[in-house]
Design a protein around this ligand. Structure first.
Ligand code: ADP
Length: 930
């Protein structure tokens, strides 16, 4: 709803109740007036009625005075006629006639007739009778006179004599005086007053009496008069006028006086009040509404303007509000204008902020998305030039090695030749001064008038008018500068400077991060290279191979090295031996290399530190320039292990090269690793040499030990068997013991020999068909002859069929012999069971390499001897290992038997396993594929 409508509603709301209230009041007062009027009318009727009564009473009184005449008393009727005449004359206005009637109703005197003329009886015998009874005067109703026929009202007054009615004195009234009586009441002309008799016949009337006299009253009037003494009512008069009427009935006469006023008269004030009220109300309403319209539009116009202003404010426009007569509106308008100004300021700040944020975001994104710092820098320049409306930009970074400031990315140059590296920061000339200052003081510099400034020579050439130089910082350190320029004069707002500083800081962090990444990457690469080289050089113990691999890898990981050499110190002579080279004429190098110390290598050995020579061609120590032709820079590092210098590792480059700290550290680390590998190779070579000597010694020794043992055993056997003469049982027993011990010793010598052979890898397995039962037979026969332990029972269990195995029978026999020997050795009494079976499929975890469908021979040697503790089971196959290795051990042997068993079964492509329980016995199982 519009404001105007509200105002109208307000007006209607304010005026209507007042009008309604006034209407109600008017109605109430009308009611009041009606009641008052009714009461007034009744009073009036009562007064008239009283006047009427009085009128009659006066006449009655006069008649009573007349009746008191002595003439009448004496019956002197003639005289009394005269008295009556006199009385009639006195009341001529009201009285028409006077009659005297005797007690029987006979007229005696009638003043209309001369005295003595014959007279009729009274015309109203009931009235006479009534008066006789009541002895009171009575007023008759209007009736036509018996003589004249003119209507009259008869009042009968009794004349008493001795308490009895003797005469009736009757007076005939004219009706006209009653009407006069009414008129005398000075009723307003609108009023109508009427007198009706007991028969409700009109006797007098203020209006048109001639017309209505003797006519019955209206039925309503008559009914009201019949019902009550006093009443008011509304009706339509016989003339057809709507009236309000009131009546009073006289107790004395029984007649009724009615007064009436036209309704129009009564309602007129109310009507006019109502009309005034309605008109006034309407006028008020209309005026109110008009004012509402007027003020509504006067208010709504500024409010509409306010609303437009608010809308404009909402749209971000600047609202204009004209002054309004309404104070509040003016206040609001000012508030909106203020809000608009503040909003504008906020927006401007926000736009600045937003641009700043957007630029920052783009730079951040550029940094995030860029694969490398170079791209980042180019993106930053691109964004800065695009967003900050600069024309050209350049990023220069401080080179940590040379302390110079070098251009790394640029944009918008007309002539890129203008870009040049700034010389040393400290010695910055006019061009570089600004940059140097920024780097030194870590603060941005603004030059808004480049053509007239001292520095920025190259930018002047580029037509730059305004420039800003921002430090690229990473924490405390300034890594370089970001320079931006515009070819037209411009100002640099604090916001712009702040933004660029943030960009510079982001770039600084990105550069630092990238540098750290590169460093880490290089570290990782170096570690990987070192590891790879380490793996390569430690994969062999052959010295020459190690050195060749080392130089080969150096070439891969240090591509700058065009040539490399390794020279090792001879421990005996202390001379340097040229052992390996790469990228050189090896023959010439070997032959011409200086063997004695004195050159660069000597310095390396002496200082135990890297030696760098920038140009060996100019180095006086270069002994044989021909060999090193075309090579320029040199880096030599010592090969040190356990504090001993083993030799020198040297690198040569083809171009002059400044070896970095990193390169030299890498080579030193590598040399350390290489030195260990070289040392190991040297040790190994020595060991191999020593082993060879030992093997030779052992084989000679064994041979030398076996020969006499064989002789001893041969002769002892002959002696025991009585081939050299009779011997007694004691001697036989002694000889048997000699044989046994000699046999043991022979075994040991054999084992040592076999082991030596095994280690020199000169043992191979033969392959020939062997009948299993035959082999077992042989063994059985051997042990029948020399079991040496009568308390131990040997049980043989093998299939008799011709099962053929392709294997080395001597080695298989040796395997079984060693197992049976051990079983016998470690069993004092009980059984040693030697069994052989052909089996199929996998049988237990020790036979992994047998497939489920393979067939194999299973040879088992089990005893009931001392057994082996579980924790020792893994070691018993090791060389020289014995469970009981104490000096006071009970059983002989050197700990090689099982070692040989293991090696021989391996050679035969089989497996050996053991199960044992201490105190219960052991079972060795050998499996050979068929
Ligand atoms: P040795 O020459 O000492 O017998 P071996 O290599 O034949 O050397 O055996 C190594 C060790 O294994 C033995 O010293 C012994 O302690 C244990 N051993 C081998 N066979 C048996 C067995 N059948 N019963 C108990 N212990 C045994």
């Amino acid at each position: 709803m519009k404001l105007r409508s509200y105002l109208i509603l307000l007006v209607v709301g304010a005026v209507l109740p007042v009008v309604i209230f006034a209407g109600v009041m008017v109605y109430v007062s009308y009611q009041q007036q009606s009641e008052n009027l009714a009461q007034g009318m009744i009073d009036r009727a009562r007064a008239i009625s009283a006047a009427l009564d009085r009128e009659f009473l006066i006449s009655i009184q006069s008649l009573k005075v007349l009746a008191a005449s002595t003439h009448l008393d004496k019956g002197q009727l003639q005289e009394f006629y005269g008295d009556m005449k006199g009385a009639l004359a006195a009341h001529s206005r009201a009285w028409q006639n006077l009659t005297l009637v005797d007690a029987s109703g006979q007229q005696l005197i009638n003043l209309r007739r001369p005295f003595g003329s014959p007279l009729p009886r009274t015309g109203n015998p009931e009235a006479i009778e009534h008066v006789r009874q009541s002895k009171e005067a009575a007023i008759a109703n209007l009736s036509p006179g018996p003589v004249t026929g003119a209507p009259g009202i008869v009042v009968h007054v009794p004349v008493l004599k001795d308490g009895r009615v003797k005469y009736f004195l009757n007076v005939v009234f004219y009706p006209a005086p009653l009407t006069d009586l009414l008129l005398q009441q000075q009723l307003s002309s609108d009023w109508i007053a009427t007198i009706i008799d007991r028969n409700h016949i009109m006797v007098a009337r203020t209006r048109d009496v001639g017309k209505f006299l003797g006519k019955p009253a209206s039925s309503t009037f008559a009914a009201q008069a019949g019902q009550s003494r006093e009443a008011t009512w509304r009706e339509t008069t016989i003339e057809g006028t709507a009236v309000v009427a009131a009546l009073h009935r006289s107790d004395f006469t029984g007649w009724t006086v009615g007064v009436a006023i036209p309704m129009s008269l009564l309602e007129a004030p109310m009507k006019s009040s109502l009309i005034i009220l309605t008109a006034g109300g309407l006028l008020l309403l209309l005026t109110g509404i008009g004012l509402a319209f007027l003020f509504g539009s006067r208010i709504s116009r500024p409010i509409a303007a306010l609303s437009a202003a608010a809308t404009a404010l909402g749209k971000g426009e600047t609202p204009r509000c004209d002054a309004s007569p309404i104070v509040e509106v003016n206040h609001t308008a000012r508030a909106i204008e203020d809000a608009s100004v503040r909003r504008k300021q906020a927006e401007e700040a926000l736009t600045g902020r937003n641009m700043e944020l957007q630029a920052l975001q783009e730079v951040s994104q550029a940094i995030l998305m860029s694969p490398d710092v170079q791209t980042t820098m180019e993106k930053i320049l691109e964004n800065a030039v695009a967003l900050g409306s600069y024309d050209l930009g350049i990023i220069r970074l401080v080179d940590p090695n040379t302390a110079t400031i070098k251009p790394v990315a640029y944009r918008g140059y007309v002539n890129p030749e203008n870009i040049h590296s700034h010389p040393q920061l400290a010695a910055a000339d006019a061009t570089g001064r600004l940059t140097a200052r920024v780097v030194t003081f870590r603060e941005p510099r603004i030059e808004e008038d480049v053509p007239n400034c001292e520095g920025l020579r190259t930018w002047k050439k580029e037509g730059v008018q305004s420039a800003i130089v921002i430090p690229v910082r990473a924490g405390e350190e300034v890594l370089g500068v970001l320079q931006l320029g515009a070819r037209s004069p411009r100002k640099f707002t604090p916001d712009a400077v702040r933004l660029l500083m943030a960009v510079g800081d982001q770039l600084g962090i990105a550069i630092q991060k990238s540098r750290a990444n590169e460093e880490t990457k290089r570290h990782l690469e170096r570690i990987r290279a070192l590891h790879e080289i380490d793996l390569a050089i430690t994969s062999t113990l052959e010295l020459q191979t190690i050195l060749n691999v080392l130089l080969e890898k150096i070439e891969v990981f240090l591509p700058i090295a065009a040539s490399s050499t390794v020279r090792l110190l001879r421990p005996d002579s202390g001379e340097l031996e040229s052992l390996a080279c790469r990228g050189l004429d090896e023959k010439a190098w070997r032959s011409q290399a200086r063997t004695t110390l004195g050159g660069r290598a000597e310095k390396v050995v002496q200082t135990r530190a890297p030696v760098v020579v920038a140009d060996i061609q100019r180095d006086t120590r270069t002994y044989n320039p021909a060999v090193f032709r075309g090579l320029v820079s040199y880096l030599g590092v010592p090969l040190i292990v356990h504090d001993t210098v083993l030799g020198v590792l040297s690198l040569y480059t083809r171009k002059e090269h400044e070896f970095t700290r990193e390169e030299s550290e890498f080579l030193v680390t590598l040399a350390g690793q290489a030195a260990i590998a070289i040392h190991n190779a040297q040790l190994y070579e020595e060991m191999v040499r020593a082993n060879k000597v030992k093997d030779e010694f052992l084989s000679v020794m064994s041979h030398e030990l076996r020969t006499p043992l064989s002789v001893i055993m041969g002769y002892t056997g002959m002696l025991r068997d009585g081939m050299l003469g009779e011997i007694n049982p004691k001697q036989e027993e002694a000889l048997q013991k000699v044989l046994g011990r000699a046999g043991d010793q022979l075994n040991m010598v054999n084992e040592i020999m076999q082991t030596t052979q095994l280690e020199s890898r000169s043992v191979t397995a033969g392959r020939e068909p062997v009948i299993l039962s035959g082999l077992m037979e042989q063994l059985r026969a051997d042990y029948q002859l020399r079991s040496g332990k009568p308390a131990v029972k040997l049980v043989w269990d093998y299939p008799a069929g011709p099962i053929e195995i392709t294997t080395d029978s001597a080695k298989l026999k040796q395997i079984l012999q060693n197992l049976v020997n051990n079983a016998l050795k470690f069993t004092d009494d009980g059984t040693v069971t030697i069994s052989a079976r052909v089996r199929e499929g996998v049988s237990d975890h020790n036979t992994q390499h047998l497939t489920p469908d393979s067939r194999f021979v299973e040879l088992k040697v089990s005893d009931t001897g001392i057994g082996i503790p579980p924790e020792k089971l893994q070691q018993i196959f090791d060389k020289f290992y014995q469970v009981d290795s104490s000096e006071t051990r009970l059983y002989g042997g050197v700990g090689l038997g099982l070692y040989i068993v293991k090696h021989f079964t391996d050679l035969l492509g089989g497996t050996v396993s053991v199960e044992s329980e201490p105190g219960k016995g052991s079972t060795f199982v050998v499996r050979l594929l068929l």
